[in-house]
Design a protein around this ligand. Sequence first.
Ligand code: FES
Length: 107
Amino acid sequence: PTVTYHHDSGEPDVVDVDAGTSLMHAAVRHGVRGIVGECGGQAMCATCHVYVREPWLGVLPDVGEDEDEMLDCTTAPRDDDRSRLSCQLLAGPDLDGVEVDVPASQV
Ligand code: FES
């Protein structure tokens, strides 16, 4: 599946991701700017915050309890509809072509 990471300025990063890989790990592995993933994907750091674009909002898994708490600690403001931790989103057929906006800063 492909994932597109949009940035405030400049070209988006379009990355080919193996199914089952988190959008955080894929970004870190491909050197996508603005996604840090400090905790390694445990939903404990909030430095992998992204804003998911339509039409993929409707097919996302529910926000977990830990994720929900961490989303209150993001550096960029939380958007109740679009904010997710990218370590909690796995690439796969449902999310093929998913596009996300990367916040200007994670720390
Ligand atoms: Fe730490 Fe996602 S990598 S919360």
